[in-house]
Design a protein around this ligand. Structure first.
Ligand code: CU
Length: 103
């Protein structure tokens, strides 16, 4: 196989993988989820990263997901497989709320 053909073959392998494996990040900073409201396609993995000096959690109101307490720099991921509206909050600071809409 020529080098050019190898690159084309490799590209064909990589394109579908990157299209399926979508991963979106939500930053937790100053006692806020950022973005607070997020709309994603079903199958998307959302990763929350705690950038605060205080610990936080991410707990679905309908109990679909529940993170442990995240210390500074810790992260938690959840893959949203079905469509719906998923509201969540921080059990340590219940005024902290966010929402993921899955289409
Ligand atoms: Cu919190």
């Amino acid at each position: 196989m020529t080098r050019c053909a190898q690159i084309i073959a490799l590209s064909c392998l990589l394109i579908p993988i990157s299209a399926w494996a979508e991963n979106i990040q939500i930053e937790i900073k100053a006692f806020l989820y950022s973005p607070k409201d997020l709309t994603v396609a079903a199958g998307t993995t959302v990763t929350w990263i705690n950038d605060d000096p205080a610990p936080h959690t991410i707990v679905g109101v309908n109990k679909t997901f529940r993170s442990p307490a995240l210390d500074t720099g810790d992260q938690y991921s959840y893959t949203f497989k079905t469509a719906g509206v998923f509201e969540y909050f921080c059990t340590l600071h219940p005024q902290m709320v966010g929402r993921v809409v899955v289409n």
